[in-house]
Design a protein around this ligand. Sequence first.
Ligand code: PLP
Length: 374
Amino acid sequence: MPSLNSTVSALKPSGIRRFFDLVLAAGPDVVSLGVGEPDFSAPWNVCESAIFALEKGFTSYTSNAGLLELREEISKTMPQASWDPKSEILITNGVSEGMDLAFRTCVNEGDVVLVPDPGYVMYEPLITLARGRVELYNPLKIREITIPQNTKGIVLNFPGNPLGNCFSKEDLQHIANLAIKHDFFIFSDEIYEALSFSAPHVSIMDIEGIKDRTLYFNGVSKSHAMTGFRIGWACGPKEIVEGMTKIHQYAALCACSLSQLATVEAMRRSQKDVKKMVTEYKKRRDYCVERLSKMPISFIPPQGAFYIFVNISKFFADDVQFCEAILKKEKLAVVPGSAFGSNGKGYFRMTYAASMEQLKEAMDRLERFLIDTH
Ligand code: PLP
């Protein structure tokens, strides 16, 4: 066989996936707080609208940029940004595709993009595929960030995966000032926006003077429990959205038409369902925080998304060993913090996108494991 693309061959598989092969092998009685996916189903009116669309034969391509009525709904969610639905919003196959398109459109070979560590696993490989150079920063020390030469952009993600952290308006203003001073882009992944618990979400779009250098990403995967619909959106300056649309047009043509229609319904008539899910996540978070607080471990105060990042370095030198040991002994699956970058060493990530019953069982198992091993 001829050789494969060397950049792709050199990419490491995600540490999360590798760990999940172990979880699958561990058998059916595992309690998994591993996968970062809502445990709810998509709202029924949303599913119905997809069924009706099929019945009505809505089975063709949409425009490359996506249904205009959906882009119009999206522009209403952020009036302060006043994006033009016709030229500044692109519907993508999830935030994942949107960020891939953005990096490929904005980054030249050797350009530096600053990426959170610990951070969501997709940013680094996508920037590498776009031939950019990744430099890491600690999102818990956002005010101490230094800007290397050739910096072309920074990835922000808040509420954050895996930390569950949020940024204040002052934090965002600080980044905005740096972006203007050093002339770089801001790629703001706000997919967990609806799941900001401690305070109302402040978006990067609430900061003035950066609209011409900022791409904002959101979608319905997390807020509406619609991960399988694969709908996200990227909003930003016309020139960048135009570039992204070119790649999208060749590589994907458009996002799934049924899913786009279903997302219009989600945005128009699912606020109650979203509110119900958010209330439930908050209840679960409070429960886990209360239980964890009584254990001899520390954790990053979870302010949003549906993750808690727990420090176990007092007990185990190696987080991968910890996760393997608790999986083997207690059949509890959590993800090693180092899967999210080297600053995640000594931690594990647990999600509370699981039923209260599962969370109670998981907390009991964790507590017992900590007592038994020490
Ligand atoms: N961004 C973050 C921070 C995520 O945690 C995830 C999924 O876990 C995604 C993006 C992917 O979103 P989508 O389903 O819209 O592609």
